[in-house]
Structures are given as C-alpha cells and as structure tokens.
Design a protein around this ligand. Sequence first.
Ligand code: N01
Length: 876
Amino acid sequence: MSTNTTLHDTTDAGQASTNGTTTTVDVAVVGAGFAGLYLTHRLRQMGISSLGFDVADNVGGTWYWNRYPGARCDVESIDYSYSFDPELDAEWKWSERYATQPEILTYLNHVADRFDLRRNFRFETRVEKAIWNESSKRWILTTSDGDDIDCRYYVMATGCLSVPKQPDITGAERFAGETYSTGRWPHEGVDFTGKRVAVIGTGSSAIQSIPHIAAQATELTVFQRTPNFSIPAHNGPPVPDKVAEIAADRAGYRERARWSRAGVPLEASEVSALTVTLEERNAAYEKAWNTGGLFSLSTQFNDLGTNKAANDTVSDFIREKIAGVVDNPETAAKLSPYSYPFGTKRPCLDDNYYAVYNQPHVELVELRAEPITTITEKGVDTSDRSVEVDALVYATGFDAMTGALVSVDITGRDGLTLAEKWSAGPKTYLGLTTVDFPNLFMITGPGSPSVLSNMIVSIEQHVDWICDTLAHMTASGFELIEPTSAAEEAWGLHVNDFAGLTLFPQANSWYMGANVPGKPRVFLPYVGGVDGYRRICDEVVERDYLGFKLAGDNREQLNDGVVRELQPDVTIMLELIAELGMPPLESLPVAEARALSDAGKDMRPPGPDVGEIVDGTFPGAVGDLDYRLYRPTSPDQGADDQRGIVVYYHGGGWVLGDATSDDPLCRDLCDRTGAIVISVDYRHAPEAVFPAASDDALAALAWVRANAEELGGSADRIAVAGWSAGANLAAVVAQQVRGDGQPPLRGQALLTPVTDGTTVRPSMNDNADGLMLTKSLMDWFWDQYTDKAQRSDPLVSPLLADDLGGLPPAVVVTCQFDPLRDEGNAYAQAMAAAGNEVEHSVARGHIHTSVPAVDALPTGAVHRETIAAALTRFLA
Ligand code: N01
C-alpha cells in the first residue's frame, strides 16, 4: 500500500503498509485498553486502516497493569462493560457485582479475540514522539522499536489513570527491600507471608489492597497523608433485580445510561438534604450504606455536591460509621476525613477496610502529625520513629488525565509541544481536540466527563464521535480538523464555570491535579454530566462542526463560534422555566402579567437573614406609597455611628413589582454592605404613566433624606440603587438631585439599567428572544409607560441628558446576554467620559434576570459583590 492510503480502503481494511522503517496508516492509536480496542473495531468496520501501540505485551490498558491484590472495578461490572455489540453484551456474564481485575482482563481479551483486534496492534512498543508535518498534513510518530509511523490522524486512547505518580519521597531510591507500586504490580503476584510491610497512601488502590496484604503480612504499617471516605462495596453476585431489568430491555437500559448524568441509570433526588429531619436523612443514608456502591450515598439528596452544609450531613454520617467499626477511638479519628467535603476526592469502595485496623498487627501512621523524613535502606523514618520493613508498597496514585497525554513528546504546529501548551493547565475543545494539534484526538481527555462518569459509556461516546467525524470528513472532502481558539477558550471557561458551582475545587484531589507536585491546580474533568455533554457534542455536529476548522484539498470550512456561552446555572434555570410553559408576559392583560410575575416570588430562595425588616409608607409625589426597610445585623462601620442608606428602586419595567418584589436582592445588598436598604415603591404604568415613576422616585429620596436619622441612618451617606427599570429611576434621580442644595448622593449602583428609549442597539436584537427579558417584552414596557415622543426625555432616558457631569460615583453592572446590555454599557462609558468615577463590569454568561437571583444562581454572587463592595466604598 502506498502513502496515499484512502480512508475507504476496504480491500485492506484495518491494515497498515510498511516501507523500510516507515509504516503508513490512516489512524495511529496509542493504547490497547477499553478505548483503543473499541476504536480499532469501529475503524475496521468503516474500512479505515489503523495501527495501535501499547507498551504492554497484550491488551488491557489500565487493567493490564493494576494487578495488586484486591483490585476491582468500583462501578458495577454490568454497567462497566461495552454496549456497542448487543450480542457480546447479552452473552457475557459477570460473576460478581464488582468484577476483579483478572475477570475484567479476561473480558478484554475475549473482546480482542472475538473481533480479532490484536492484529491491529504492536505490543511492547512505546510511541515516543509525534510530530505534526504541516506540509504533508500528517503526523509522524517515532516508536521504541525504531519505526516511524506516518498517519493522517493520531488518537491518544491512553486512559486517565495510567501513568503512576513517581514516588516524591526523599530517600525512595535507598530502600534495600522489595518495592512495589500498585499501578505496576508483578504478574506473578507477591506473597507477603511472614513479612513486615509498609503501604504508603490511602486512596482506592491502597484501600482495596490493604485487607489482602494484612491477611498475609506479620506486620502492616499504613502511612496515611489524607484519610479517604470509603463506602462498603457489598460485593457478591450481580444484583438480581438489575440483571433482570437489563435482560428485559437491554437496549433501553444502555440508552438510559448514555443519557444519564454519570453514565449509569440512577434515580436523581430532587430533595435538599437540609429540608428533611435528621431521622429521615439518616434513614436514607443508612439504606444507601447497606446498598453499597459508588453512587448510593451521593444520590440521596440533590445538594450534597453543591452545598457544604448539606454535604456535612453525609460526611458526619460516614465519620460515625468509621467510629462504629474501628475499636480504637484515636485510630478512628485519624481515619476520619475532615479537610474536604465527601465526594470531592473520589470516594473508595471497600471490603472491610476500616475493620483491618482492629487487627493487632496493623498500625496506622498519620503523616500530618509525623511526616516521613526519609526512606532508608531498612524502611521508613518519620519525624517520630523508624519503621523497619521487608517490603514497601507505593499506593501513591497517578498523574491523572494529562500525565499519559504529555508522556509522549507531541509536537504540533510551529514546534509547539503539548507539554508547553499545557504548562498552565490543559486546554481542549470538548476534551477531544486541542488548537495547534490538528487531527489529534484524545479519548476521555481533560474537559470531558471521563473520570466523573462510567468510563465505558464515555469511551464509547468519544470513539463514536471521532469515527462519525472521520466519516463526515471523508464524505465531504476534508482531511484536516482543528478547533478554533475562540471555541477552545470558551470551552475552558465553561468547564471551569461548571466546576465552580460544585464543592469539587475545595479538595486537593487528583481531579484538581493537586496530587502531583508542580502540576497546575485546575479542575480537569467536565462536571456537567454525560447527558449534558453528549447533547453538546451532538449540537456541535448539528451546527456543522461549530468551533472547528475543516480543510481538504479543494475546500475549507471555518465555523467559528461558541457552543455554550451562558453560565451553566443560567442554562439550567432557563430549561426549568421553559418546562413550565408560561405565556409571554406581554401577551397577557396587565393584571394577569402582574399576577404571573408575583407568583414567581414564592418559588425563589428567600435570600439571607437580616437584622430587621420594617414595612411602612412614605409620601410619594401624589399619595402614600409602600416601602420595605432592611436593617443589617452587622456592626455599623460609620464614623458617626449612623449607617449609610441605600435607596433601592425595584425592577419590573415601570409596570410590574412593588417594594417587596426584589426582596432577596435587597437582603443580599443589606447583608453584604452593612447599610440600611430601603426599597421604595413607585406608581406603575399603565395606570400612572411617565413621569409618575420618576416623580415618586424623587419623592422617595427626599423623604429618606428628611427622615434619615429616624430611620437609623445618616442623611450625609445616602446612595441610590436599582435593577432594570429601577436602575433607570436611580440614574434619573442621581441626575435630578445634582446641586439641589442637599448633601450630595454618595453613589449610584445600576444593575442592567434602562437608559435610552430611542435607540435600538445591537444587544436588543442579538438577545431579542427567549432569555427572560425579550425585545417584545421591553417594547411592551415602554408602550405602557410612555408615548414614543416622550422617550428622549432625560427623565426616562438618562443617557440622552445634555450634561452628564457632576454625577455621584457609579457602579454599573451589565449582562452579556441582556437586550439592555449595550445601553447600560453606553451609559457607563458616557458617565466616565463626562469625568465621573465609574466602575463598570459586564457579567459574562448572564442574562437580564440572573444577577438578582440570589441563592438560585450562584454564579451571580460575584457581581452582587461587585455592587455591594462599591456601595460600601461610596458610603464609607
Ligand atoms: O491513587 P490516589 P489511587 N506521601 O491518588 C497518597 C482509580 N482507581 O491509585 O491524598 C504520602 O487516590 C495520597 O495522599 P493525599 C480511582 O478513580 C479505581 O489509590 O495526596 N502519601 C493518597 O492517599 C481512584 O480514585 C479503583 O494526601 C502520598 C494516595 O497516596 C484513582 O484510580 C481502584 C504521597 C494516592 O491515592 C486513584 O486511586 C484503584 C506522598 N508523597 C484506583 N503521594 C477501582 O476501580 C501520594 N500519597 C476501585
């Protein structure tokens, strides 16, 4: 076969051609584990030639190497198996709920035999280097046997936990006894009978192997740096109910797994752990504990992964279990994790792990109290003692997710190496591809659900996506694919934004790269779920490879763009609201629109507690109006012991809402600033049209100024604030009271303000639909409140005032996907240009209604803090 092998070379499907020391092939694959085997099978089915490489002498990947005693899968084997071939799936019977390593390896060998996959692999061969050749548009790989591989596509199917972490302990090389690493266990096994053994590490590998080592060794010393949460596996035969469920509808079960959150069909709770009684909670945990399994405890409530207080309840439950099993209370305390929330480091599944410490020949050394000073010829020295041993077992984990990818010296375009590109953390598009490395694919790479999911489901999804992409490219005359920088950058932000919604970043885990000294601390997997992620990958294809450049001899396609730009919690909220199927407000009579808008108040979180809430009335421009005052609990920061006051105007397009409608936001502002917040009502349109609202807004300020001391605040320290139409009123008031002889306003805080009734700016059309505040709703608000002729009046369009000088300092927050974004931005810029002090930020990924959604949308908090910090400064 010549170098111009085509993708549809079905006559020689799956075969590479060799010429001297260069082998030419369409796809080179590194790794003969679950991913490499399935990829090879699919490529052969498609008639695409492939050649795989593995350092091992046979298939198996991570299951080839991890042969330590007790090694098992921690996802039930029925789930942790291929689904691509229904006959294979139906025929294979697992003997245990959690298969042992030998059984999983037997399964992979069976798959390799059944589909005759080994002939596409070179074993005992390491890919050492890979260099992109820009002129031939091909990868050139150098292998340990001296051959070069010339390939169009290069796929790293190298697994996420395949490169053991080097022992980073002083003196490791000095030890004269037997040394083992759980991740590279001898094939012939190890007999510890009659030996003194040390195990360093207490992750999954240690927790699985320790009971087995203890059963043989005369003395076992376990060196623990961080205790782990471990759950009983309750291993046994496969769970009969589950076996029956799958047998009844195998295809349906597998499909549910593909569209589940973790790659395993599970019932998700919709209940917060904090809304049930202690008894109900513990009954749920007890049942889960007795069921066993990785997901049993974590799925009992919906907020264990996102709310620390909720998480404390399950963490306490496990700590009590540990105390109940381990006889010595001091040892139990050492085994109890406190430094991170449950689930933020991968929990372990065990078989009588904690009970091992009741055996007299097993000792736990807590390294936080007595660190290892050095390994010696005879054993381990800590700050307090020397422990002599015959054998030393390193169960110290892996350079996870990126280690295997950068262990090959991969050089992309312009001499850039992958290690250099990722020196501050991995950058990928979808965890599948990376800019400047065309035609390189990663299976379950960083930025994909990978290790947070059932790996087999995620592997199959990636292999299918890659193969379908190759088929599309061939059919369309493309032979080069590479993500765009914008798509990659935005994907990184999205992955990070999602992780930030969870407790994961609170742990120093291998998920964060924190277990390897010097590795950047970045959350590596994608936490948005197998289902959400699959939807995104499918959408990228449906939108014609959004975020990718494709090229062939005669054509090019650049479809730059970002697949997920909204903050993940905003997306979830929009999906939930869409499910409610509410009519557009502007399609309703005003009274019904108000009723519908008010109904939402009961569904939202209440916001933080404040010291005191007082409801009352004040004289508006033509009659009494309501106010609600929020008094903080925090001590006053003011020099004269009187608090600053924020006069707050609610949102609602001059039509909806009242003094209580932004209650959570007012509580939040009060709590964050320590100021008194007074939410004042104003008359609404269409009953009271322009300029009724701004007249009342001015009257409210006058009343607060006149009664500041009585209200507990200072007339010298007043700021105005508002959201949306309320921010419009705050801006108007700030202009109107310039130089009125009263103490000047200390500041103005404008959240997504309406500023200009005459101009349609790009954001009004870009964000016209579907994001809560729509263009048609905004038009409706304007029509209720003003005649078209009135809309250039600065009393409703503050941006159009002739003079913007001499205004109080301002903080302006606008939202990226808000129809009002550009007029808010323009007002901030115009105020700054007129010489005012202005702090302006654009809330990335937010919509008009998301920043006020206190406690419902955690990603809005940072922007509320921006406003609160500015107000605090203004009022100081
Ligand atoms: O590795 P780990 P693992 N001095 O990183 C400690 C999968 N897996 O091989 O936490 C002293 O979890 C380290 O301490 P600390 C599974 O996803 C699955 O056990 O960094 N101690 C930790 O205690 C799992 O999560 C299965 O403070 C040192 C331990 O070594 C992942 O693989 C079975 C140290 C490493 O724990 C990794 O598990 C096995 C030092 N210098 C693995 N360096 C199943 O399917 C590290 N440690 C069941």
